[in-house]
Design a protein around this ligand. Structure first.
Ligand code: ATP
Ligand code: MG
Length: 566
């Protein structure tokens, strides 16, 4: 049996995405001997976001499906925007997502000598030249999609002269913008990218890897495809905006006689209520609208991690979203659904009261303490049980009591009964108020000792169950209740003269002091819980033993959808 056959995806045809269909076909035709090699090519000029996660899952995922390989390659051709901090963060994020590039960590800058040699090679073939027009003139002479461009007066200069000036450029003889190298293609091509694109330019900056060795740098287009070819990438997957660059990608490969990597474009991931451009994310960070790249409200992988997202929730999301050929916008609720699904299965439960009001059980003996037992995670019985202290004074959520309840309010009000989760049925007898403010300071109840949960004794038909914590044993914690960072589905939709910053949600975080059952004590940063009836929460990285801080990952249900429809 040939290896080609073995590598063909064993998924039924109808579930193949269009890229898998292309790959299957290539394998059937014996292209590259059935070998599949992809790459994930981030530019280290910012932190990775959920859109990158989609691309990572796709590229590493395809390699896995087809027994192939996926390289991590930093596209570091612009020293002005790039930084080693980003390289580090990107590596951490890819690893955290569960992918491994093994020993294949590459940098476009590793190929600078080779890329320079390629430029020389093109000039020698009369397929490139040094141009002395200013950047403005180059731009003005490019024409428009309907009007051909104007050829540069330097286009037909002797090959030797171009070679000589290129050498001088490399040696730092010129300033930024004084000379560039351009491919000699076609100034009247309907594709603007083919109108003698700039392939080398002068950049006066220290590169984070090559230091001051170079003062000329290849353009993105001149680096990307050649790096793919040098690494013998079989399928170079990128987002749709590069579709118009493909003829150029193929032109370089042909003129330089390189390995024929194939570029395939798919639609980038867009999410509602989210900005995904690195430039905008950088602005949010630099202008302190958020608390750094890993602020839990950011769509960055590090932000999602700190928020309580798990790698498998993100991978499942990427799988659900699929691979599209046309631009589209995915509902943020789908991302939240994926994390809920994961945490429902895996997160231990705990009771936490985020807006506490004191509740006294008047007929419960003074000084008595009980230890109640609850399942840690009903979805995972093997997770065992936890112990919850119970006594005469508790805290419950303020909004679980109403003085004037509407008909369907099944929680507490004077004269009504409710079950305290894992404990007893209680009946509210009275409330105590602060004279000045009128605010309720204490809810007074009686309990029925025969109604203990799990006792098998008389179980009264009470409709509501509420969560609570013991006032003595509960531990004070801080909880960040996050909401969407933007108020508009499309944050870029603004009136004239305004920007996406005007659509920032002023209430995207609310911090409350809460009480948690002792079970959460000792939890470490990134540990996750379902706070019963409230949602999923994760210990923040700034949490310490004496000051536990939780981030709300998401609510239990998509409450936002309902509020929004009103
Ligand atoms: P941005 O527009 O946010 O600056 P970028 O495309 O410039 O993103 P790169 O670091 O060049 O960022 O991206 C690395 C890889 O991730 C590229 O292959 C790119 O196509 C892909 N990618 C970037 N954004 C998305 C997205 N929203 N959805 C899917 N893939 C994406
Ligand atoms: Mg890019």
């Amino acid at each position: 049996m040939s290896t080609e056959k073995e590598n063909v995806s064993d998924k039924p045809d109808k579930s193949l995405n269009f890229i898998e269909a292309i790959i299957d076909n290539d394998i059937r035709e014996g292209k590259h001997g059935g070998r599949i090699h992809t790459r994930f090519p981030p530019e280290p000029n910012g932190y990775l976001h959920i859109g990158h996660a989609k691309s990572i899952c796709l590229n590493f995922g395809l390699a896995k499906t087809y027994n192939g390989k996926c390289n991590l390659r930093f596209d570091d051709t612009n020293p002005l925007a790039e930084d080693i901090e980003y390289v580090k963060a990107i590596k951490e994020d890819v690893k955290w997502l569960g992918f491994d590039w093994e020993d294949r960590e590459y940098y476009a800058s590793d190929y600078f000598d080779q890329l320079y040699a390629f430029a020389v090679q093109l000039i020698k073939k009369d397929k490139a030249y040094v141009c002395e027009l200013s950047p403005e003139d180059i731009s003005n002479n490019r024409g428009t999609p309907t009007r051909p461009g104007v050829e540069s007066p330097y286009r037909y200069r002797p090959i030797e002269e171009s070679l000589h000036i290129l050498e001088e450029m490399k040696n730092g003889k010129f300033k930024k913008g004084e000379r560039v190298v351009r491919a000699k293609i076609d100034m009247s091509s309907p594709n603007m990218h083919m109108r003698d694109p700039v392939i080398y330019r002068i950049v006066e900056a220290i590169h984070h890897r090559t230091g001051n060795k170079w003062c000329i740098y290849p353009s993105y287009d001149f680096a990307h495809g050649q790096c793919d070819a040098l690494e013998k990438i079989t399928h170079s997957i990128c987002t749709l905006e590069f579709e118009v660059h493909r003829p150029l990608y193929e032109w370089f490969i042909k003129e330089l006689d390189l390995f024929p990597s194939r570029q395939i474009e798919f639609a980038r991931l867009n999410l509602t209520y989210t900005v995904m451009s690195k430039r905008k994310l950088l602005q949010l960070v630099q202008e302190k609208y958020v608390d750094g790249w890993d602020d839990p409200r950011m769509p960055t992988i590090s932000g999602l991690r700190r928020r309580g997202y798990t790698p498998s929730a993100i991978r499942n999301f990427a799988e659900r979203v699929g691979v599209a050929k046309r631009d589209n916008i995915i509902d943020l609720a789908l991302l939240e659904f994926s994390v809920r699904e994961d945490l429902n299965k895996n997160a231990p439960r705990a009771m936490v009261v985020t807006d506490p009001v004191k509740l006294t059980i008047t007929n419960y003996p003074d000084g008595k303490e009980e230890t109640l037992t609850a399942i840690i995670n009903p979805e995972k019985p093997e997770s065992g049980t936890r112990h919850i202290p119970f006594s005469k004074t508790l805290y419950i959520e303020r909004n679980d009591f109403m003085e004037d309840p509407p008909k369907k309010f099944f929680r507490l009000s004077v004269g009504k009964e409710v079950r305290l989760k894992y404990a007893y049925v209680i009946k509210c007898e009275a409330v105590v108020k602060d004279e000045a403010s009128g605010q309720i300071t204490e809810i007074r109840c009686t309990y029925d000792p025969d109604t203990k949960s799990g006792s098998g004794k008389v179980q009264l038909k009470v409709k509501g169950t509420i969560h609570w914590v013991d006032s003595e044993k509960a531990i004070p914690v801080k909880v960040h209740l996050f909401d969407r960072l933007f108020t508009k589905e499309n944050p870029d939709e603004t009136q004239e003269g305004r920007s996406f910053l005007d659509n920032i949600n002023p209430h995207s975080v609310k911090t409350v002091n809460a009480f948690a059952e002792p079970f959460v004590d000792g939890a470490k940063p990134l540990d996750k819980f379902q706070f019963e009836r409230l949602g999923y929460f994760c210990v923040d990285k700034q949490s310490t033993d004496s000051n536990m801080v939780f981030n709300r990952t998401t609510t239990l249900r998509d409450t936002w959808a309902k509020i929004n429809k009103k």
